[in-house]
Design a protein around this ligand. Structure first.
Ligand SMILES: *[C@@H]1O[C@H](CO)[C@@H](O)[C@H](O)[C@H]1NC(C)=O
Ligand SMILES: CC(=O)N[C@H]1CO[C@H](CO)[C@@H](O)[C@@H]1O
Length: 188
């Protein structure tokens, strides 16, 4: 009886360890795949404001997950237009509408967008000694790219807050530094 008990508790411990390791694995957020870049049809990729266009034959990593969210989630802030004919491509994923770049609106990488669960929620973005509240309206697609729906731009990295110029203005980032900045964000 005694040996049975210790065997079963060993088994329990082993199960706990394995599930624990799987949890940690899930949080690590590994790539989900890769796509091969297609050359954009003539005049198709809007490279305005330093937007990246896909390169023929280049491999791009895709993600279905983003790093875990904390009260101070580290991210990389980029610049996007949410207006019609802007560099954002299709209308916003949350409401199928375009948005004025003079309002603080953002797109989140696929994992953080979390199947529209943050749509129209606000997040607080902190950087440059300031903070700004911005509304989630779109997905920065980490799973796909290099097609007409994504303006022939590569898939989004998994740690992006892609923001309208109103956000950059509110953070008082000098205009010539707009486009790429380490930030922290939290759900507002
Ligand atoms: C987010 O902020 C906007 C603008 O202040 C507001 O209209 C909206 O209701 C807020 N969203 C939520 C979910 O509170
Ligand atoms: C979002 C953003 O800043 N868009 C700008 C991109 O560049 C064009 C042309 O320089 C500007 O008119 C947009 O406002």
């Amino acid at each position: 009886m005694k040996s049975f008990c210790s065997k079963s508790s060993f088994l329990l411990l082993a199960i706990l360890l394995v599930t624990n390791c799987l949890d940690i694995e899930a949080q690590r957020c590994s790539p989900s795949g890769r796509i091969r870049g297609q050359k954009p049809p003539p005049g198709q990729c809007n490279s305005e404001n330093d937007s990246d266009c896909c390169k023929q034959g280049k491999m791009y990593t895709t993600y279905k997950c983003s790093p875990p969210v904390s009260g101070q989630t580290k991210a990389y802030l980029t610049l996007n237009s949410f207006e019609k004919n802007g560099d954002g491509g299709a209308p916003s994923e949350c409401d199928n509408k375009f948005h004025s770049d003079d309002t603080p609106v953002i797109a989140l990488s696929t994992g953080w967008f979390n199947k529209k669960s943050r749509c129209h929620n606000n997040i607080t973005i902190s950087a440059n000694g300031r903070s700004v509240v911005a509304m989630v309206v779109d997905e920065c697609d980490s799973t796909m790219g290099c097609d007409s729906d994504h303006d022939y731009q590569p898939p989004c990295p998994n740690n992006i807050v892609d923001a309208s110029k109103a956000v950059w203005k509110a953070l008082r980032v000098p205009h010539d530094s707009w486009g790429g900045l380490e930030i922290k964000w939290s759900d507002a």
